[in-house]
Design a protein around this ligand. Structure first.
Ligand SMILES: Nc1ncnc2c1ncn2[C@@H]1O[C@H](COP(=O)(O)OP(=O)(O)OP(=O)(O)O)[C@@H](O)[C@H]1O
Length: 910
């Protein structure tokens, strides 16, 4: 037993020892591998150090240090072999370099100044030469065939850092001037802007270039305010980055290449320091700018600014006034700097460029300059982009898209807001077809500023992109609300479609649903402050709807463009910052207040007929000043509209809502389409709605289906009675309904008689009663035996009351009692009353103790809202009576009363 146990222990021990031996072997192998790797690493590191320092540049001290390295012999022999081989091949080097520079530095970028200095460049600036010549160098051997050009990359490619040597300021200036003149002379004027800052001076920097300083090509900065320049550059970078990113590009170079347009100039910022390090904050900002600058087409030339930049920087270190070493050629080679350009010639050349730029920017540009050569070619899937004006001859774009979904436009009266809107609408309409862009235009101002965009009497054309044009709506705030409701509904429809297709934005929806009709919608509301003009339900609903649309419209391609004379005064707006914040695109006309950020005063200084366009919520760095061409004077916009209309005249015409005109019943589609049917509706007027709808009342055989017209405004009352009767008449077959009319108001008799004839002409029985009571009695007593539906058209019931109340001797019930019976029981027997009472109290008198239930629908004219509460289930009724409008309520269908427009009667009254 003991033996077996011992045996087992021995077996285990032996096994363990074997394992240990294996582990030791593996560890040994790993240690060896590691040692070898470390040796290799040390060798490579040494190699790197030697290469960096230069095998020939070495000091004896360093040489001694390197020699101590175990791998030094091996490394030196490898490097010498490579170097030897390189220099053997190098016979072809200078020539190759000459060819390289010639290919990458064409024209003024690399040619001698005699070939170009003084001539204005013609390169349109879609791409830039890769290299710019600064001098030459000579490879070992010193014979002429070994001389080659030295050039540095600049625009889009790299920054440049120059370090001076004692007494070399002139030489440094010569390098910078040489480079700048090469760049300026390469491109057409305006393609490059130079920013100059010198810590030591304001006025004497590169004086030969001064003729350019009266143009945008050259800007000088205060020595004590480097941060201004850095701020400005940061602003450009942010803007270019934002617009590029939206379109899916990461660099300005890519934008230019892909779009074929030079959307932005290149910028070169020349910073002369004094060799001292910048303060911490400025250095940090400089680094930040430098790292984003190249992608935005901005390059820095830093002179004696000792800041390590973490991006591509080439260096030129001056040895003396003629010689330098450069990172382009390495420390082994000396660069012989080009001789300075003759200053008088530089001045002359700078003047020529400045003059060419001024000539090119020319006088004010016209509306036609905003239009593309071919119409309707752009896609709005990602954004809407259109120039609206010019800054120094260059077009300035407005972009409406995901990053700037909504627009706020402000400017005092006469500052050119409407003109701006026309310029922008024209520029967009010319670029995008009506399938890409749909416009809903609403103007709360008195006047007809958008009227021309809808077909009119004088001009039958319309802007094909316009779906709705609302004019003279200053008193019809409800129309603004209707537009907002419509947009909110469209938003819901789009969200549902997006959900169905499992996408989150318009671009993707359009991709997933190519057959769908998903234009970008731009809703322009001029003088939108009217929406908030009262402390009432309209303001509350408008605010809520605007917030909703502003928040969610961005991803569904629904954009708001809100314009106002005085944004500052819109209390409801400031109380609800959500809408304001979503309007990231701000347009400030000259002297506009509060449209831009509080500290941004650009609008104050903006000249006449200019606008400050800011896609960054109004912060100063986003300012773009633009001269807006005249788009609103006679025939300017119209010409474009005609062209567009001819292309799309088969498309739908826009709905025109003109608050100054009441609709005509005989031309109103909802009326002309009426035919006999089983559910006749009395049309009372036009709904204030985005679609051209009538508001109607169904008169089924049910209690309460009577209509009361309330108030003393006779024209409107007559109109409502008239359209109700005539519309009902059309919905019955000949003789299938009987109209019974009564009118104790003398002045209204002609209108009533005319209606009587019209009803008869429709083939119906119609009677105008002299006395109301007998017929009321007859009808109420025979209710259950009546065979034809009847409509009682009772004008001025209040005037009939004395006669109705009178009782004949010995008779128990008065005519009024019978009328009450008819109001209560008539509808159940197809006898409906449409009555006009000139005051609410007289209606109450008529109804007596029976309560208000028998009046299921009403249209109120000049009566106060609080009087109407009993007829609207006790709810608070807001109503400020106004001519040509009525407040309409149908207990069976309405949650709240709505404003309607009674039809225009042919005699001219409402
Ligand atoms: N860029 C422009 N160039 C030439 N004329 C212009 C320009 N902008 C506006 N105008 C003219 O100035 C006048 C006022 O312009 P506009 O109606 O656009 O201003 P507004 O700010 O909308 O003023 P309001 O709110 O009072 O209508 C118009 O007669 C218009 O033709």
């Amino acid at each position: 037993m003991a033996n077996r146990a011992e045996e087992q222990r021995n077996r285990v021990r032996t096994a363990l020892e074997r394992v240990r031996a294996q582990i030791a072997l593996v560890l040994g192998a790993a240690a060896n591998a590691r040692q070898a790797a470390e040796a290799e690493l040390a060798k490579l590191e040494l190699e790197r150090v030697i290469v960096r320092a230069g095998i020939n540049q070495v000091t004896p001290q360093q040489q001694a240090e390197w020699s101590r390295h175990p791998a030094s012999a091996e490394v030196f022999s490898t490097l010498r072999a490579i170097r030897g081989q390189f220099y053997t091949d190098w016979t072809a080097g200078p020539n190759a370099l000459r060819e390289l520079v010639a290919a990458n530095a064409p024209g003024p970028a690399g040619r001698p100044p005699g070939d170009w200095l003084g001539r204005v460049g013609a390169n349109p600036g879609l791409s830039a030469p890769g290299l710019w010549r600064i001098g030459s160098a000579t490879a070992e051997g010193q014979d002429i065939s070994r001389v080659f050009d030295v050039a540095v990359p600049l625009l889009d490619e790299a920054h440049l850092s120059i370090t001076s040597a004692p007494k070399t300021r002139e030489a440094v200036d010569a390098i910078v001037e040489n480079l700048l003149m090469r760049v300026l002379s390469t491109f057409e004027p305006g393609a490059v802007r130079i920013h100059l800052w010198d810590i030591g001076q304001l006025t004497a920097i590169l004086p030969s270039l001064y003729p350019l300083s009266r143009t945008s090509a050259l800007t000088l900065y205060d020595p004590s305010r480097l941060e201004d320049l850095l701020d400005e550059l940061a602003g450009h970078i942010r803007r270019i980055h934002a617009t590029g990113m939206q379109a899916g590009y990461t660099t300005l170079r890519e934008i230019r290449r892909e779009t074929g347009q030079r959307t932005e100039p290149w910028r070169i910022a020349v910073l002369y320091g004094n060799g001292e390090t910048l303060d911490h904050e400025t250095a940090r900002e400089l680094k930040r700018v430098a790292s984003g600058a190249l992608a935005a087409g901005i390059s820095l030339i830093l002179i004696d600014v000792p800041t390590a930049l973490s991006t591509s920087v080439e260096t030129i270190d001056l040895l003396d006034s003629r010689r330098a070493v450069s990172s382009m050629t390495g420390s082994d080679l000396i660069v012989d700097l080009d001789t300075p350009l003759p200053s008088s010639q530089v001045t002359r050349a700078a003047r020529a460029i400045a003059e060419a730029l001024i000539a090119k920017q020319g006088g004010p540009r016209s509306f036609a300059d905003l239009l593309p050569t071919e119409f309707g070619k752009e896609s709005s899937a990602r954004e809407l982009r259109a120039p609206v004006g010019f800054y120094e001859g260059e077009p300035v774009d407005v972009v409406i898209g995901d990053a700037s979904p909504h627009v706020l436009i402000g400017g005092p009266s006469g500052s050119g807001k409407t003109n701006f809107l026309y310029a922008l609408l024209g520029s967009m309409a010319a670029r995008y077809s009506p399938n890409e862009l749909a416009l809903y235009l609403l103007d709360f101002k008195e006047g007809v500023s958008f009227a021309g965009l809808a077909p009119g009497r004088k001009d039958a054309s319309w802007l094909p992109h316009a779906r709705l044009v609302g004019i003279n709506v200053n008193t019809d705030r409800e129309f603004g609300l209707a537009l907002l409701r419509f947009l909110a509904e469209e938003l819901r429809r789009r969200s549902a479609a997006a959900k169905e297709h499992e996408v989150t934005n318009l671009a993707d929806l359009r991709e997933q649903d190519p057959e769908g009709h998903w234009p970008r919608i731009v809703a322009v509301i001029d003088e939108f402050q009217y929406l908030f003009a009262g402390r009432d339900a309209v303001t509350a609903q408008a605010t809520q709807l605007l917030e909703d649309i502003a928040r969610r419209g961005r991803s569904q391609g629904i954009h708001l463009m809100l314009a106002s004379q005085d944004v500052a005064g819109i209390e409801a707006f400031w109380g609800k910052p959500a809408v304001f914040e979503q309007c990231t695109l701000r347009i400030a006309m000259p002297k506009a207040r509060r449209v831009l950020a509080d500290t941004n005063n650009a609008a104050v200084a903006a000249p006449k007929w200019h606008a400050v366009i800011n896609h960054d919520s109004g912060v100063a760095h986003g300012n773009q000043l633009a001269h807006v061409p005249d788009a609103s004077s006679k025939d300017v916009f119209v010409k474009l509209q005609h062209k567009l209309w001819e292309r799309h005249s088969d498309g739908p015409r826009p709905r025109l809502f003109d608050g100054a005109h009441s609709p005509e019943l005989d031309r109103f589609p909802a009326f002309t389409r009426l035919k006999p049917n089983s559910r006749p509706r009395a049309l009372l007027g036009q709904s204030i709605d985005v679609t051209e709808a009538a508001c109607g009342v169904e008169l089924p055989s049910a209690p309460g289906r009577n209509i009361a017209v309330l108030g003393g405004a006779a024209a409107e009352a007559l109109s409502i009675m008239d359209s109700s009767a005539r519309s009902l008449a059309r919905q019955y077959r000949h003789g299938a309904v009987e109209f019974i009319l009564s009118c104790p108001i003398e002045s209204c008799v002609p209108a009533v008689t005319e209606l009587l004839h019209q009803l008869r002409a429709e083939g119906h029985s119609a009677t105008l009663l002299d006395e109301l009571s007998p017929r009321m009695t007859e009808l109420s007593e025979g209710l259950s035996t009546l065979d034809t539906p009847k409509v009682l058209l009772l004008y001025g019931v209040d005037a009939s009351l004395p006669a109705l109340e009178a009782k004949a001797p010995g008779v128990l019930k008065s005519g009024l009692d019978h009328l009450r019976v008819l109001l209560k029981q008539g509808p159940g027997h197809a006898v409906h009353t449409i009555g006009w009472w000139r005051s609410v109290s007289r209606l109450k008198d008529t109804l007596g103790f029976a309560g208000t239930d028998d009046i299921g629908t009403w249209a109120a004219l000049d009566v106060q809202g609080n009087e109407l509460a009993p007829f609207a289930a006790g709810m608070v009724v807001h109503w400020s009576p106004r001519p040509g409008r009525a407040l309409f309520f149908d207990r069976s269908t309405h949650g709240a009363p709505e404003v309607i427009i009674p039809f225009q009667r042919p005699d001219g009254g409402a």
